[in-house]
Design a protein around this ligand. Structure first.
Ligand code: PRP
Ligand code: URA
Length: 214
């Protein structure tokens, strides 16, 4: 198993440790505590790949030995979790890029229409200078991802990465066809959606498994 691009913008990691942890995450008998722990652990591996897209700029420093040129991040990073499930990635991402700011977008899928309904927006007004990392473990129909991408683009974001745990082909196609400029990093890609818009085989409702059924 190795990482591969399934679309010009979409990298699927298929890492052995991710596949191993996905077995626990997918299992319906896994407790909320273990589910959350494993999502956190996978998020560290996803964050590593997401951060390969970050741009650098040169700076000069002085080591105890001599002056030298070195590198720092060229742009500030902002993580934008889509509530609720997107929060499951935030702690792991902050381990890897701790200076990142956090902006919040809250939305849930209407169970009948499968369309996202937005209920919270706490983003900076101007995102033009940031690298924006949208986090949401589930990319199903892609409706929530598209609404989130529209929201950050409306604030001037140009450098956007969507980071997910499980994708469906339908969601991958939806993001690529509307926003081919947005980079997508997924831990794994599943077969399809079922008639209720759930990813198959998937893991069920990610928000419910992280935080409990509301
Ligand atoms: C889930 C998930 C995504 C969305 C994906 O959220 O976290 O945001 O569904 O589906 P889509 O690609 O078809 O839009 P949900 O509506 O279950 O809300 P929750 O995270 O608060 O549980
Ligand atoms: N949202 C989830 O939490 N799970 C799915 O399978 C699809 C959307």
């Amino acid at each position: 198993m190795s990482e591969k691009y399934v679309m010009p913008n979409t990298l699927v990691l298929n890492h052995p440790m991710i596949e191993h942890k996905m077995t626990t995450i997918r299992d319906k008998n896994t407790s909320m505590k273990e589910f959350t722990r494993n999502v956190y652990e996978v998020s560290l591996l996803v964050a590593y790949k997401v951060s390969e897209n970050f741009l650098l700029k040169e700076t000069e420093i002085e080591t105890p030995i001599c002056k030298c040129k070195s590198h720092v991040l060229a742009k500030d990073i902002i993580i934008v979790p889509i509530l609720r499930a997107g929060l499951g990635f935030v702690d792991g991402f902050r381990e890897v890029f701790p200076e990142a700011r956090i902006g919040y977008l809250g939305m849930y899928r209407d169970e009948q229409t499968l369309k996202p309904v937005e209920y919270c927006d706490r983003l900076p007004k101007d995102l033009s200078q940031f690298t924006v990392v949208i986090s949401d473990p589930m990319l199903a129909t892609g409706g929530s991802a598209l609404l989130a991408i529209d929201a950050v683009k409306a604030r001037g974001a140009k450098d956007i990465i969507f980071a997910g745990l499980v994708g469906a082909p339908e969601g991958v196609d939806a993001v690529y066809s509307k926003h081919p400029d947005v980079k997508v990093v997924l831990a794994t890609l599943d077969e399809k959606l079922n008639e209720h818009g759930y990813i198959v085989p998937g893991l069920g409702d990610c928000g419910d498994r992280l935080y409990g059924k509301n």
